[in-house]
Write a protein that binds this ligand. Structure first.
Ligand code: FAD
Length: 690
């Protein structure tokens, strides 16, 4: 029988759909462009690239691919450092790759004379980073199906692994541990140890440095590599444009991507494409001597952004003017700051981490994490470009001596420009190729904030609650000030009518590139989280959130009050809140009373003020005092939520809860711990900690 037109149309559509599914859009060249621009964007090294690892290595003549699973940029930075070191010390042909850009069913066709490295951060509750989700699911699946279908699919694979974790979390370095196990199970051969860096102990960088040397030695032996004198080779060419000026319309002055440059920004808004959100309202929740806390509301009604109670708002900060000036000055670039530069990757597998053509000023202000802690390895790299012999010797010493580095650099919270100023005693470091900074300094990262409003109550207005980061550093004149929170503080000043907004003397280019943020806007996106109220509001909840940890609980209580007002049955809500003094930093003090009016006895606020009595009282003490009630609520299947400080509070709350179960139920501490563990596994115990 003949097919009629409709049949043909339907069959063609099915075929197209199937192709699209199996090729993941490759045939159409649908690849994620970091700047969301058009496909001819010269910065998009990825456009049209294969998702097959062996092919990618073959096409680009590489024998080492370094994958990163990164959330805040550290894993990505370590990956590029390994790439550089592999190349400069051992002549390996390296490439760095985002896990998200490849398919892993082809891992079995990587030849045995090549090596695959994994640098994997573990995020939150033992979760993969956003870009590692698919890889992790595939590789750890019992029945992972590799292309060639061999019995021991990865028998040819040589790999190296390093994990970034935090020992204060339950699932310490789960990613690297699970991936390492899975790779071994599939028959792959690991070279060196599966390294583990610990952010909780503050030793991440040193753990990485200590791990990599024996790894390189083992890899050199395995692959027959010969070590040579490391010579710096730039990855990017940065040249001054002869034709363009900062006024030219095609020059990026801090716009995050092409759409923003052309004024056609549209969703989806995400980690590659922020929404320039109007700030609707902002005020200080408290102000005491050198501490302030901000409440900021951004309006998302002009976007297609949405959020759910418990999600996070990512804020894209701008560096403070004085830090941008310091950085450009120490490099001798102050006069050239507004010159237009073209930036090109000299290696086709490298991608320029910001859009170009642009200016030095824009790169440093909007795209580089110039205020972050300095990497010891980076100082060693820069030694070769020192302005004189004494500075060179000092840089080499700092690079090689961990304790000396800690004393001279870290103890003073110096950033890279501060370190160069100190070491060079005021001389300009004009010999350093700018590429070294593009490679050696992280991309400026968005900061996350637990959303403190309920999406049920205000679906188009997101509020956050942030303490302005400021630390007195012994032996340093000025206090150390955080990047994003001081920028937010200045935005708050402007929103409240200050014509010269600043934060403790720090000023910002607050109207953004080409004044696009004027009228008080801040670039943001929403990150969805698993930190969620039970879908059944009649379930009781116990909320534990001292300090800014109370942020998501303001949203939770706001939501439950609204549900109750709408006539729903709402279960008991007990909030444990702690701060220093009720007269100082008691967040949302008056609001709790309003919620109480609606929720009545179903809402209870338990407070712990640490500086009102001679003995410090924290939320975990209050929990213990109420052991009986807490246990009773747990017997009624209450959900427990903990938010705030990961290092101490969350951990102690965990053990206090286990002790409560043990003492109240007459079981062993170990059994108590196990119940808590099971509650975590079933999402009855959730954490949002940082
Ligand atoms: P940064 O400049 O990033 O500095 C942060 C810290 O890094 C400093 O205190 C210091 O210890 C260290 N540091 C930075 N530079 C140096 C240097 N040169 N030398 C030595 N040490 C250095 N915060 C809130 O206030 N409210 C919230 O609701 C909230 N929710 C969060 C939710 C999540 C999921 C996460 C991950 C974090 C959350 N945070 C929250 C923390 C927030 O994201 C920021 O980390 C915080 O506001 C500080 O940002 P900043 O840019 O001002 O400081």
């Amino acid at each position: 029988a003949e097919l009629d037109t409709l049949d043909i149309v339907v069959l063609s559509l099915i075929l197209l759909g199937t192709l699209a599914y199996f090729t993941k859009g490759k045939l159409w060249g649908i690849v994620k462009d970091p700047y969301g621009g058009s496909f001819n964007n010269i910065n998009s090294a990825k456009a049209g690239k294969t998702r097959n690892i062996a092919e990618a290595l073959e096409e680009s003549n590489k024998n080492c691919i370094i994958f990163y699973g990164s959330q805040t940029g550290t894993a990505e930075d370590y990956a590029s450092r390994l790439a550089k070191e592999g190349k400069s010390r051992f002549g390996l042909e390296t490439m760095v790759a985002d896990l998200e850009d490849f398919d892993f069913d082809g891992l079995d066709s990587v030849p045995s004379d090549k090596v695959v490295m994994f640098v994997l951060a573990t995020y939150g509750e033992g979760e993969p980073t956003d870009n590692a989700v698919e890889f992790f699911e595939f590789i750890t699946a019992e029945d992972a199906a590799f292309t060639q279908g061999a019995d021991v699919p990865l028998a040819n694979l040589t790999y190296v692994g390093f994990g970034l974790g935090n020992n204060t979390y339950e699932h310490y370095n789960l990613m690297i541990r699970a991936v390492d196990k899975a790779l071994q199970r599939h028959g792959a051969t690991r070279v060196g140890e599966a390294g583990e860096g610990d952010d909780g102990a503050g030793t991440m960088e040193e753990d990485f440095l200590a791990w990599k040397d024996p790894m390189w030695a083992a890899l050199a032996e395995k692959m027959g590599l010969e070590e040579r004198e490391a010579v710096y080779e730039p990855i990017f060419s940065i040249t001054t444009s002869e034709t363009l000026t900062a006024d030219s319309t095609e020059v990026y002055l801090g716009e995050p991507n092409k759409m923003h440059l052309e004024g056609t920004a549209k969703g989806p808004f995400n980690a590659h494409n922020p929404y320039i959100a109007p700030i609707d309202e902002s005020h200080e929740l408290f102000t005491v001597k050198d501490r302030n806390c901000l409440h900021i509301e951004v309006d998302i009604s002009g976007s297609n952004l949405s959020y759910q109670t418990g999600d996070h708002l990512a804020v894209w900060p701008t560096n403070a003017g004085v830090e941008v000036d310091r950085f450009l000055s120490v490099l001798g670039l102050s006069d050239k700051r507004h010159s237009v530069v073209n930036v090109k990757a000299l290696d086709p597998t490298a991608k320029v981490p910001f859009p170009a053509p642009t200016t030095y000023d824009a790169i440093v202000r909007y795209h580089m994490e110039i205020c972050a802690p300095v990497s010891r390895q980076f100082l060693a790299t820069l030694a070769a470009f020192a302005p004189d012999e004494a500075s060179k010797a000092e840089m080499t010493k700092l690079g090689g001596d961990k304790d000396y580095f800690a004393e001279k650099i870290n103890a003073h919270h110096l950033n890279i420009a501060g370190a160069l100023e100190t070491v060079g005693k005021g001389q300009k470091w004009t010999n350093i190729p700018f590429s070294a900074f593009v490679e050696g300094i992280n991309k400026l990262q968005p900061r996350y904030y637990s959303i403190s409003s309920s999406s049920l109550v205000q679906p188009k207005k997101i509020s956050i609650t942030a303490v302005v980061e400021s630390q007195i550093i012994p032996g340093r004149e000025d206090a150390f000030r955080g990047v994003a929170t001081n920028y937010l503080f200045a935005l708050k000043q402007k929103q409240n009518g200050d014509p010269n907004p600043e934060s403790y003397g720090l000023t910002y280019e607050i109207t953004g590139p080409r004044n696009k943020y004027d009228g008080i806007h801040v670039p943001v996106h929403v990150r969805h989280s698993n930190f969620k109220l039970p879908s059944d509001p009649s379930k009781p909840v116990i909320l534990i959130g001292p300090g800014t940890g109370v942020a998501p609980f303001r949203a939770f209580v706001q939501e439950r009050a609204k549900l109750a007002a709408d006539g729903e049955t709402v279960g008991k809500t007990v909030l444990f809140f702690g701060c220093r003094k009720q007269s100082e930093d008691f967040l949302y003090k008056n609001e709790w009373e309003e919620y109480k009016k609606v929720l009545g006895d179903q809402f209870e606020l338990v407070t712990a003020f640490s500086r009102e009595t001679s003995k410090k009282v924290y939320v975990q003490h209050r929990l213990k005092e109420r052991a009986k009630e807490v246990n009773k609520l747990l017997e009624q299947k209450a959900y427990i939520y903990v938010c705030g400080d990961a290092a101490n509070m969350a951990r102690e709350v965990n053990s206090v809860l286990a002790q409560i179960l043990a003492s109240q139920r007459g079981i062993s501490d170990a059994k108590g711990e196990e119940i808590i563990k099971n509650m975590r596994a079933s999402n009855q115990y959730q954490e949002d900690v940082w």
